[in-house]
Design a binder for this molecule. Structure first.
Ligand SMILES: NC(=O)c1ccc[n+]([C@@H]2O[C@H](COP(=O)([O-])OP(=O)(O)OC[C@H]3O[C@@H](n4cnc5c(N)ncnc54)[C@H](O)[C@@H]3O)[C@@H](O)[C@H]2O)c1
Ligand SMILES: O=C(O)C[C@H](O)C(=O)O
Length: 335
């Protein structure tokens, strides 16, 4: 019996991610909230013959609170997407306030829910959610996640393409660490499984790294003003939600993935990661072992080659700025 909620459920990501959650047999109740169109989306999905009972909510009559009552997992794709020429950080001015208000509603109505933040800029919106939860004294860093699964999905696909066998993509894994914007995205290709072919030239590794880091731009450009990745993001978001739900269920298998979290989620594991980064960062996308309470263990970064050490160094200043901007949005006194 799991109650899942999607906030921003009528949007480009919201609709397909709601569809995929509706097909997850572990979800028995699916509540959809948006500022528009959720009754229609909910009616449509409700005809699908899977267990989840679907309901749509709009802002009037306390719709947000009603959607969130009893929620165990909340997925947030609410907010504006990029247009060509914009950075994810350019979305901060609009999306920061949206995410703050939604986080406030979760903190007051469903404080124990797992919160999966998709809205950009993820490097800043996750700190916003965490600071709101701290303000309401309900903060649990093991249960707040920035969804960076799309970077992981892209890394598998693009590497399989480079290897000349796209059909192998489901069995190709590359840990992607750091953050979720351009140079903060750190694909660790030296840890790919199966390992990179020895025939792959360093220039090819660098081109592949760049393609993973800027995969979002590829879609923004192709959509030509009509938004950013929605369908691949919905797939990635549903995959991540399913990992959380399987970990909660305690399927017995070890569930390891990468996600952007507060390193406070596991102080012991964080010590090692901080040593490896060489600087103290409050938030970082790390490999985690998931368990019934969310983050069970933060895993070490592991060996990096010189090229990857350079990428890590280049990511730190932007990550620090993005994290500070998110935290300050909630904690800095307004004039
Ligand atoms: N984490 C990732 O990897 C990743 C990938 C793709 C997109 N994104 C981000 O996801 C966000 C959504 O993208 P999209 O393409 O679905 O955009 P969209 O414009 O198609 O949909 C956004 C939805 O949010 C709704 N919304 C706006 N304010 C709201 C509020 N206060 N409460 C509830 N709903 C509200 C809108 O009505 C709309 O339906 C963007 O910020 C985008 O950058 C993140
Ligand atoms: O690129 C974007 O703005 C959307 C998303 O973050 C992505 O990686 O596709």
């Amino acid at each position: 019996m799991v109650h899942a909620v999607v906030l921003g459920a009528a949007g480009g990501i919201g609709q397909p991610v709601s569809l995929l959650l509706k097909t997850n047999p572990l979800i028995t109740k699916l509540s959809l909230f948006d500022i528009v169109n959720t009754p229609g989306v909910a009616a449509d999905l409700s005809h699908i013959s899977t267990p989840a009972k679907v309901a749509g909510y709009l802002p009037p009559d306390d719709g947000l609170k009603k959607a969130l009552e009893g929620a165990e997992i909340v997925v947030i794709p609410a907010g504006v997407p990029r247009k060509p020429g914009m950075t994810r950080d350019d979305l901060f001015k609009i999306n920061a306030g949206i995410v703050r208000d939604l986080a406030t509603a979760i903190a007051t109505t469903a404080p124990n829910a797992f919160v999966l933040v998709i809205s950009n800029p993820v490097n800043s919106t996750v700190p916003i959610v965490a600071e709101v939860f701290k303000k309401h004294n309900v903060y649990n860093p093991k249960r707040i996640f920035g969804v960076t699964t799309l970077d992981v999905v892209r890394a598998s696909t693009f590497l399989a393409e480079v290897n000349g066998d796209v059909s192998a993509a489901p069995n190709v894994t590359v840990p992607v660490l750091g953050g979720h914007s351009g140079v903060t995205i750190l694909p660790i290709l030296s840890q790919a499984k199966p390992s990179l072919s020895a025939n792959l030239a360093q220039t090819d590794v660098e081109a592949l790294t760049k393609r993973i880091q800027f995969g979002g731009d590829e879609v923004v450009k192709a959509k030509d003003g009509a938004g950013s990745a929605t369908l691949s993001m919905a797939y990635a978001g549903a995959e991540f939600a399913s990992k959380i739900l399987n970990a909660v269920k305690g399927s017995g298998e070890e569930i390891v993935t990468q996600t952007y979290i507060s390193l406070e989620a596991d102080p012991e594991g964080a010590k090692k990661v901080t040593e490896e980064i060489g600087t103290s960062l409050e938030y970082f996308s790390v490999s985690v072992k998931l368990g019934p309470n969310g983050v069970e263990k933060i895993l070490p970064i592991g060996d990096l080659n010189d090229f990857e050490k350079g990428l890590l160094k280049a990511a730190i200043p932007e990550l620090q700025d993005n994290i500070a901007k998110g935290c300050n949005f909630i904690t800095a006194p307004k004039l």
